[in-house]
Each structure stands twice: as C-alpha cells, then as structure tokens.
Design a binder for this molecule. Structure first.
Ligand code: FES
Length: 581
C-alpha cells in the first residue's frame, strides 16, 4: 500500500517537533541525547529523523491485543525502513473482558493519556495500536486533540470459533447460550467447554461488535490503510499491514498530514454510513460523537438518524446476520463493502495513504454476495441503528432494530422498573415478580453518572420464568449501553439519564410506555401533572465514588448524546506546546 504518487515533502528537518528536544542549543539537549545513547542507539539511528511514537495498548490482561508484543516490532520495521526513529510507548490497555465496572469508565483516561504522552515527548508522528472496544476511540480521541500526523493499526478480529457443531461468535453466543443455561438446557461441563472454545486466537471479537465496528469506522474515517480493519489478527497480511503503516507514518510526517488537515464532516458521514451498513454496534454513536468533538466537528444524533434512513444493512454479520469477521475478510472485507455502497458515501474524502476513499476501493472485489450484499439485496432496507426521541428520552435514545424482534418495534406495554443493577439482580428471577412478556423492563441508574461509567448492562435479562415459557426477547429500556455483540429489543443510552433527573428516573411500575421505531418515538404515557409531582419528590443519588478518578469522571462526564467525553476536553481552545528548557 504505497503513498500517493508524487507526494512531496512539505516540511524540513528543522520543522520537526522532535528537533526542539534533540537539536536545540541548550543544556537539556545533552540529557535527551545521552539518554537515547543509554539504550544503545547510535547517532545515526535517531539524528535528523522523524520520531515516531508507537502507542501500544498491549497487556497480558488484554487477550485481544496479545499479538501486539510482536506486531509492534513489525511496525518498527516499517518505520526504520522509511527513515524514521520508532519509539514504543505503552498506554492503558482497556481490556473489555477484564475491567470492572466497565472499560467505558476509562476510555477518556486512555484519551488523556494518549494526548499527553504525545505532547510531553519528542514525537513527530504516531502509530496507534488498538482494537478491543474502547481502545480505538480512546486512542483516536487523544490523537485528534494532539493533532500530530497519526495512523491507526487495528488489532484485527480473532478467528472463528467452533463448539459442538456450532460456529460461535465471541462476546455474542455466550449471551444466547447463557439464557439456555438459565433455562436448564446446558450442563456445567458443556458450559466450560464453550469457555475453552469461544476465543481461539489473538485478535478482538470476531462478531460485528464494538471492536469490529470501531476499527471499521476508523478505516472509513481514513485513519488506517485501506483494508486494514478486516484482516484477521493471526494472518500474515496483518503483519504486512503493520509494517506498511510504519512506513506510511514517516511519509505522513514529511507531508505534514495531520488529522485536522484531512478528517472532516464528510469523513465522519462516511464512518456513520459504514457503521449503518455493517449493522454496527450502538456504542459507535457515543464514540463517533466524542471523536468528532475533538476535531470541532458537529456530529450529532440527527446525523446518525439521517444517514440511518438512507443506508441499508449490507453486511450479513452477527449479531444482525449469520457470518463472522473471518468470513467477511474472505468475502472481500471492508473495501468490498465500501465499494458496494460508494454511491451513499463521500468518495472524495481523503485518507491516511493520501488517496481518496473512492480511489482506495476502486479495485475491490466481492467474493460472496451473501456475506457482503449489493445495494439491491440488503439484509435490511434501512436503519441499522435508530435514534428515538420522545417524552421518555427528550435528548435521545438508541436501538438496533437489526438485532431485535421485529414485532417489538411498535409496542405498548406496562413498565416493570428496577432502581439499579443490584435491584435487578435481586428480583429479576423472583418467581413472584409480576411480569409478562408484553411488559417493558426498565432499568434506571446505569448511565454515565449513575452506574457510573455507563456499563454494558443494557441487554437486560429476560426473567427466568418467561425464559422457561420460551420467551427470548422483550422490550427493555435503560440509560446503559449494550455490548455490540448482544441482541434483543433493547432501548439504550436514554438521555438525560436517570441519575441526572431525566424522565427515566420518574418511571414507576405500571406506567405505560410506547415505542414506535418507524416514527422514531419513545414515550412515557403519564400525565404531565403527575410527572411534575414525581419530579418535585425526586432526589439526586449520592455519587458512587467520593474520591479519585471515579469522582472526577462523574463530575465532568457529558451525557450519552454528547459522547460521554469530559466537559474540559471539548473542542474549545488550543493546548500550547510544552515549554522546553
Ligand atoms: Fe476485546 Fe471483545 S473482548 S473486543
């Protein structure tokens, strides 16, 4: 994947940011140089070369990134070959399966770390290595704020899993089979053998969950080399993509190709369109809004809804469809999908290799029209993700109809409320719980402030007694998020959240809730006088954390419709370069 032909060096060695550290007439330069010699580099290794930080989210706790220890060497190889000086920089890894209460609590921490680690060091350009859910937006948010030339190296999906004749999707089928286990249809031994089978290689989840959604969104934004997001992690093409990215970032430094110079509203519209066509994760709404804000781009829920209405779901991938990312790659990958839907995208948008989106997919082929559908034969005609508004969600809520029971997309039912996740865990399987399959399960206090951190609790469990009757889906509403690998008629991200006094806080058992996805409505059918009475009696819950990062998070996090970024990290103002003495 070479750079655009005829690309010219736009900056000189003296313009390199790192020269302020390495080549200034000051005493401190001695330290910078002598400490670089300390780790065994020679003058020729780093002098007058662009310094490329490789921000690596490797950790033994993050199994999705277990190949990054090796892959970083392959990125370095490319940087060396192109005449750069590679420096590996570790960053918090945000392991989706391991971190509690949720990685979302720490996405902004990774964003801060990425921005500040680039600012504080002699860095001219950055390679960002991520993939497991929040690592992609966290790295890109920070890098966008710092606005140095940067390129994203996606971790790549893990290989397909097989278990007792089933093809398993990681992070997805465990939900489905957990319901079967709760219904008594799976033994403990079978459950353990599934644990041993569902994740069989390095790489992020291979369903169209949040990881695949966000790495694909990063590619559609133009922040990766073309085709990078679909390559399975263990594939030798992934190794080559990593080295290509290392070579390309050095060229981007000489070309002074920074995010603010080529990522614009048209790029974000492409990312949103691709997420819709993939039947991507609801989490993309929050992350893309937060990423766009770092570039002062006014992406909002209305943009998602506008693009959702015109974009069919073309990828036949779980949880909306049948296949997994490995199949998607063999079918042609994201380049083939983008080529199929190019008429709905901004083909002129520039990307990291210096070429346009349209140029990058001009020779893309589709090898399986069932997995990557043409526009004339979609999985769903529109609406991979739908934005709802109404008296229950004045500032919006999100649902993924592609992964829900169609009959529940227009529904009216009686609310059965739970005040917290603890309350839900205590009572949901109570045989005496007054609930039928036509009711609406409502969870409060699971939003950015309430939980805190807005965990993926939104796939609320169907009560055991209904599972045993064969019920597998119900209308469920919360201010939480949902794993992109989950499925069900789950309304998520209700804003304002309950802990900030949104209407969700006022819902009581027996209230009637109405959803109409076609009309984009979500309403609480309770008289305004009654709601006023409840509002007057409502009290803000005390914060869960009284000190430290958690307390800072709850104080500064914005609501889901604003991307859950910190209010002090918004687009306003520029952060000056550090003083160097
Ligand atoms: Fe890392 Fe699913 S656990 S992407």
């Amino acid at each position: 994947m070479p750079a655009s032909e005829g690309s010219l060096k736009k900056i000189a060695i003296s313009d390199l940011r790192s020269q302020r550290w390495y080549n200034a007439p000051a005493m401190r330069t001695f330290n910078h140089r002598s400490r670089t010699f300390q780790i065994g580099y020679s003058k020729g290794d780093f002098e007058n070369k662009p310094v490329i930080a490789i921000v690596n989210t490797w950790s033994d706790f993050n199994q999705c990134h277990s190949h990054f220890k090796q892959r970083v060497e392959e990125v370095k190889r490319g940087v060396w070959q192109a005449g750069g000086f590679p420096i590996e920089v570790p960053a918090i890894s945000l392991s989706e399966p391991m971190m509690k209460p949720t990685t979302m609590l720490y996405r902004n921490l990774l964003a801060i770390e990425t921005e500040e680690v680039l600012r504080a060091h002699p860095v001219d350009g950055a390679v960002l290595m991520g993939g497991c859910d929040k690592t992609t937006p966290g790295l890109l948010m920070g890098a966008f704020s710092m606005n140095l030339p940067c390129i994203f190296v996606p971790a790549g999906p893990m290989l397909n899993a097989r278990w007792r004749g089933h093809t398993l999707g990681s992070g997805s089928d465990n939900w489905k089979f957990w319901d079967e286990k709760r219904a008594g249809n799976i033994t403990d031994a079978q459950w353990q053998s599934m644990e041993e089978s569902i994740a069989r290689s390095p790489g992020h989840c291979m369903t169209m969950g949040t990881a695949s959604t966000m790495t694909s969104a990063a590619e559609a934004l133009g922040m990766t080399l073309p085709g990078a997001a679909s390559i399975p992690a263990p594939d030798s093409n992934h190794v080559r993509m990593a080295s290509d990215s290392g070579r390309r970032i050095v060229e981007m430094v000489w070309e002074d190709m920074r995010p603010k110079s080529f990522v614009d509203m048209s790029s974000f519209e492409n990312a949103v369109g691709v997420v819709m066509a993939l039947g991507g994760s609801t989490n993309a709404v929050i992350h893309l809004i937060a990423m766009a804000r770092r570039l002062s781009i006014p992406l909002d829920l209305e943009t998602f809804d506008r693009i959702s209405r015109r974009t069919p779901v073309l990828a036949n991938l779980r949880p909306s469809g049948k296949f997994l990312m490995e199949d998607f790659y063999y079918a042609g990958g994201l380049r083939a999908l983008i080529r199929n839907m190019l008429s709905l995208l901004n083909g002129d948008s520039l990307t990291a290799n210096g070429r346009t989106l349209a140029e990058n997919v001009a020779d893309a082929d589709c090898f399986d029209a069932d997995i990557i559908r043409p526009l004339e034969n979609p999985i769903l005609a529109e609406g991979g993700l739908v934005v709802l508004k109404g008296t229950l969600a004045p500032r919006g809520a999100v649902i993924k109809p592609a992964a829900a029971t169609p009959a529940l997309m227009k529904h009216r039912g009686r609310a059965v409320t739970f005040s917290s996740r603890d309350d839900l865990a205590r009572r949901i399987d109570d045989p005496d719980l007054d609930i039928t399959e036509n009711d609406v399960i409502v969870l409060k206090g699971a939003g950015p402030v309430g939980a805190p951190g807005m965990p993926e609790w939104g796939a609320l469990p169907v009560p055991k007694k209904l599972l045993q009757k064969g019920v597998r889906d119900m209308l469920r509403i919360s201010d939480a998020r949902m794993s992109g690998t989950s499925f069900g008629a789950c309304v998520l991200h209700v804003s304002p959240e309950a802990a900030r006094g949104g209407p969700l806080a006022l819902v009581e058992d027996g209230d009637i809730i109405e959803i109409d996805v076609a009309e984009r409505r979500l309403d609480l059918l309770v008289a305004e006088e009654e709601l006023s009475r409840r509002r007057a009696a409502w009290r803000e819950p005390p914060p869960y954390y009284s000190r430290g990062y958690g307390a800072m998070f709850a104080k500064h996090v914005t609501s889901a419709d604003e991307g859950c970024d910190f209010d002090f990290l918004g687009p306003a103002g520029e952060t000056p370069e550090p003083k160097i003495y």
